[in-house]
Ligand binder design. Structure first.
Ligand code: GLN
Ligand code: ZN
Length: 759
């Protein structure tokens, strides 16, 4: 019989209960018992939601991050997180965020580094290793959890992060190769697996997503070695891969001595045939047929057409699951009240995806007629989406077809533009500017909220935002900055603000997805052809420009960032959706120009984030992503200056693509890395203007004139001074005015000193 199972469930709770409970605990407003009460409640509910599966995952729940949980499970905890005589939960939160509730403000430590989990927006705490690393097994909590769930009558499948993925994601604090720790790590994993055998666990899900990356021979060898060691005394292992196909690790993954293999059959759809051929018939093949990375209802009949013959061939050895953990989608669609019914019926969040899985399981076990009604409903929803006029807009499609190659090009080369722009703007050397947002005070948030709720009239809201603009222009005048911004007080979020005004987008009320720890994001859903019904930013920007003689930058979010921070359509290539967004933003760019705004900044904070996991796919992505930027930006006059901004973006390997954006000015985050990012310019001479950030806006610290000068000195070693702008790392919305004013005063002073140095 085909079995159905799940790889992991969101842990934040349907109403973000976990977020509120941990934050309360961190504030010392609740006890550990109260926190555990909430977290136990959520895991219990999650398990009940999965009760109809053949296996329930255990160990996927986490108070903060599952990778950090593994560092604790493996006894790999840096000593700076541990204090004597305290509960391990305190060292856990110290590792997560640099402080535990027990700590006063005095004794914070540097938290573990955080980075993105593959190509998702989930961030994990990077395991630290060094030559001194010793692993010791700490499995009591996991074992207790397993036994508890089993005692309730469930068939459990513990979820472990595999040893190779753990090491691959680790960062060495000295110059050791993390792989040199494989032997001791295998010992601890073996000990754990033996324990699980002893308590009668049948299957273990061993997550090894690293197998979808391009691996060097040494890692492949390590895989063979480790899994051979586990083949002696262990429960059956389901080697679990996701986020892509196995690529040239296909042979490796299918040959490892494990009892089963899970593959992502959504992103890796084209390679399923090859896996079927390579995997011996006595092994379980688990197909991840339901998209765990997106929110669309699956086409169940189509999946059945495809997997029924496979099930017949593989008899007992086929399992079905979502493609990856459901951590990356919101919890429950049922609670949404404002998504229009015709769109809502096209969607499935985590809970609904499990229901889909159950329908598939039943169809395979008892025949399609046993779920005839469900399948018919599903087919109807799929057909409605396919044919919907809400999705397909002929005007957008016509426009897409008529984009010409000239639309991607500026009228003149940079040299020519630069001369014209110099005449128009007449800026001093080392022009100073900021990245867009100014502090978002309580009053600003309240006004936006009240306006949204209808408690503030349109006229009242308008005059409130204008007063904020007045105020921030006044402050920029006093600071004597060279290029101004309007401050973005009207924006809650740089993507949501535009999504709400564009056609083709829909917003959920509760569609939260964990980003890191207690932080959740609510990505917009792009369901249809994108277009811009009316101007979005022109009025505020024009108003701001009317208050000053200094140039005002119009502020837009770029197409690639809007795309990468949304749930996107699965019925057309990402590149096409991106191009549609680009055309919509292009309209806004041109309307800004027509309104006399001749500096326009198009933020592409997430350009790098969209890079595919396999390097061999980078070129194609960068090609269409950069083209989308060019399409949105390049329809302007020579003397309109296009700016772009990027956050932390290790430039080195994509510097040529960044140059191909051909923005007249790029501002980038660099101060946090002490200008290290500028190493890219050692071997590449960047042609246009560039503003390396000199003020780390993530910290409340106020950088001194000297600190900024020394950063700028470093920048001047790498770049011709005539190309340099002076600005903070990023927007200032999370900072307070008390920090921002002195920091910007110092920044302007630094610029003025430089001007006397480099006449
Ligand atoms: N213009 C945006 C701001 O200043 C940029 C934000 C970002 O890059 N993340 O807030
Ligand atoms: Zn930024």
């Amino acid at each position: 019989m085909t079995k159905i199972h799940n790889l992991g469930f969101p842990r934040i709770g349907a109403n973000r209960e976990l977020k509120f409970a941990v934050e309360k605990y961190w504030q010392n407003e609740s006890s550990l018992e109260e926190l555990l009460l909430v977290s136990n409640q959520i895991s219990h509910e999650n398990i009940e939601l999965q009760a109809n599966l053949d296996f329930v995952p255990v160990g996927d729940f986490s108070l903060y991050d599952h990778v950090l949980d593994h560092s604790f499970l493996l006894g790999n905890i840096a000593s700076r997180f541990i204090r004597d005589n305290e509960a391990s939960i305190d060292s856990y939160f110290r590792a997560a965020r640099g402080r535990a509730p027990a700590d006063g403000a005095c004794c914070n430590t540097a938290a573990g580094e955080m980075t993105k989990w593959f190509d998702t927006n989930y961030h994990f705490i990077v395991p630290e290793v060094s030559a001194d690393t010793r692993f010791t097994l700490n499995a009591d909590a996991l074992i207790k959890n397993i036994q508890q769930v089993r005692s309730q009558g469930y068939e459990v499948k513990p979820v472990l992060l595999g040893p190779l993925t753990y090491l691959y994601l680790s960062k060495a604090k000295d110059d050791i190769d993390p792989l040199s720790l494989l032997e001791p790590l295998i010992t601890v994993y073996s000990e754990l697996l033996e324990k699980l055998v002893r308590i009668g666990v049948d299957w273990v899900q061993m997550d090894e997503p690293v197998l979808v990356l391009e691996l060097s021979e040494k890692w492949k060898l390590a895989y063979r070695y480790a899994y051979k060691c586990f083949s002696h005394s262990s429960p059956k292992l389901l080697l679990t891969t996701y986020f892509g196909d196995l690529g040239d690790n296909l042979e490796l993954a299918t040959q490892l001595p494990v009892a089963g293999l899970h593959i992502d059959a959504v992103r890796g759809r084209d390679s399923v045939e090859d896996v079927l051929n390579a995997l011996s018939n006595d092994k379980v093949l688990s197909l991840g047929v339901i998209d765990g990375r997106n929110i669309w209802k699956s086409d169940l009949n189509k999946i059945l057409d495809w997997v029924e013959p496979i099930a017949l061939k593989r008899q007992n050895q086929l399992w079905l699951a979502p493609s990856c953990s459901l951590l990356h989608v919101p919890v429950d669609l049922d609670v949404e009240q404002h998504i229009e019914p015709d769109i809502k019926q096209w969607l499935a969040f985590a809970k609904q995806k499990l229901q889909e899985l159950c329908i598939l399981g039943k169809a395979l076990k008892k025949g399609r007629q046993s779920v005839a009604v469900e399948l018919a409903d599903n087919a109807e929803a799929i057909a409605l989406r396919k044919g919907s006029s809400r999705v397909h807009n002929p005007v957008v499609q016509h426009r897409m077809q008529n984009v010409s190659s000239a639309d991607y090009e500026r009228q003149s080369t940079y040299d020519v533009r630069r001369e014209k722009q110099d005449i128009r703007f007449n800026l001093p050397r080392f022009p100073t500017t900021t990245i867009g947002s100014f502090p978002q005070t309580k009053e600003i948030r309240r006004a936006r909220r009240d306006f949204k709720r209808g408690e503030l009239s349109e006229a009242e809201y308008k005059s409130f935002i204008e007063s904020q603009i007045d105020d921030c222009i006044q402050k920029q005048e006093e600071l004597d900055l060279d290029v101004f911004v309007h401050g973005e007080a009207e924006r809650n979020d740089m993507v949501e603000y535009f999504g709400e005004q564009l056609d083709g987008f829909v917003f959920s009320q509760f569609g939260w997805v964990q980003s890191y720890g207690s932080r959740c994001v609510k990505p917009p859903i792009i369901f249809g052809d994108v277009s811009r019904p009316k101007v979005m930013t022109v009025e505020w920007t024009r108003y701001a420009q009317s208050l000053t003689d200094k140039p005002m930058k119009g502020m837009l979010t770029g197409p690639v960032t809007i795309l990468n921070w949304s749930f996107v359509r699965d019925d057309q290539p990402r590149a096409d959706t991106c191009k549609q967004i680009a055309l919509a933003i292009r309209d806004e760019v041109q309307d800004l120009q027509a309104a006399g705004i001749r500096m326009i900044q198009i933020d592409e904070a997430a350009l790098r984030e969209g890079l595919p996991l396999k390097k061999s796919d980078w070129h194609e992505y960068l090609q269409w992503a950069v083209d989308a930027f060019r399409l949105c930006a390049n329809g302007v006059e020579d003397d309109t200056q296009i700016h772009t901004h990027m956050c932390y973006s290790e430039f080195n390997d994509i510097i040529e693509s960044i140059a191909r954006l051909d923005a007249d000015v790029i501002t980038i985050e660099t101060s946090r890395s002490d200008m290290e990012l500028l190493d890219a310019f050692d071997s590449f001479s960047y042609p246009n203007d560039i503003g390396p950030g000199v003020y780390d806006i993530h910290s409340p610290n106020i950088p001194s004139v000297e600190e900024m000068l020394s950063l700028l000195q470093k920048a001047a070693e790498k770049l011709p001074v005539k190309q340099l702008w002076i600005n903070p790392d990023c927007g200032l919305k999370t900072r307070r005015w008390e920090e921002v004013i002195p920091a910007l005063q110092n920044m302007v002073t630094a610029a003025k000193q430089l001007r006397t140095l480099f006449k």
